[in-house]
Design a protein around this ligand. Structure first.
Ligand code: ADP
Ligand code: MG
Length: 254
């Protein structure tokens, strides 16, 4: 089955159990949101999906396009079409946005064809400019050093640009809304909406409901204490915004 399937995932960080049985299905063509209080394991899930060595899978399976990827190295996951936008993007002094993007594209091309000589500069430029237009970005951004001195909104836009160029099958966006003012939030969300298509599944991780005013999720999941305790339609996000997370913990309230 194409898409992402998570079965009974139990993850420890430095021997501390953090995820305690996560089940989740993100089919292609759908936007799923995970909401939940701070410290509940949302970023842990994102890092585990990407294969960060610090996050130890004790039990369960991550199945991506029908294949168990529990033991697959992060770069392989990326090449196979799993994309993660981090909550805290790193800066890389001395590497321009354009160089960074071209290196990423070439790495992906090489997996598909080991003899690939890399994307030609004019072709790359054309593609990049096209995607930047789509995301309403200033072309001068391409010549700047990655994330150095970027505003929160600029960092997130570069991440969405990277996503646009790599054309992943599943994109995990961890708190893409954090640190964004309302205009930046709208632009980034519109960018994501523009990229949405039937071959892409998106998992948006967020603490606040507001990004979901722009990105219309098909399903909203609530994660509390390392588990998904409830799933529902967009109305669930509204309810959380009004009532907070506490009621989810008591079974009678549900
Ligand atoms: P969320 O993203 O929902 O706010 P996190 O996944 O970041 O939650 O954190 C869940 C729990 O795991 C927290 O108690 C946090 O302290 C712990 N944790 C996460 N990452 C690490 C790490 N790298 N080292 C130690 N503890 C961690
Ligand atoms: Mg987090």
């Amino acid at each position: 089955m194409p898409g992402l399937k998570i079965k009974d995932l139990n993850v420890t960080v430095e021997e501390q159990p953090i995820l305690t049985g996560v089940n989740l299905d993100v089919p292609l063509g759908e936007i799923h949101a995970i909401m939940g209080p701070n410290g509940t394991g949302k970023s842990t899930l994102a890092y585990t999906l990407m294969g960060h060595p610090r996050y130890q899978i004790e039990e369960g399976e991550i199945i991506f396009n029908g294949e168990n990827i529990n033991a697959m190295p992060p770069e392989e996951r990326s090449k196979k079409g799993l994309f993660l936008a981090f909550q805290y993007p790193v800066s890389i002094p001395g590497v321009t946005v354009a160089n960074f993007l071209r290196t990423a594209i070439n790495a992906h091309r090489k997996t598909k064809n080991p003899d690939d000589k890399g994307i030609q500069i004019p072709e790359f430029r054309k593609l990049m400019i096209e995607k930047m237009k789509l995301l309403d970005m200033d072309p001068s951004m391409a010549g700047r050093y990655l994330n150095e001195g970027f505003s929160g909104g600029e960092k997130k836009r570069v991440e969405i640009l990277q996503m646009a160029m790599l054309e992943p099958r599943i994109a995990v966006l961890d708190e893409t809304d954090s640190g964004l003012d309302i205009d930046a939030l709208r632009i980034v969300s519109e960018g994501i909406n523009t990229l949405m298509n039937k071959n892409l599944g998106i998992l948006v991780i967020t603490h606040y409901q507001r990004i979901l005013n722009y990105l219309k999720p098909d399903v909203v999941h609530v994660m509390v204490d390392g588990k998904i305790l409830q799933s529902g339609g967009p109305g669930l996000a509204m309810k959380l915004e009004e009532q907070g997370y506490e009621w989810i913990r008591s079974p009678e309230a549900r």
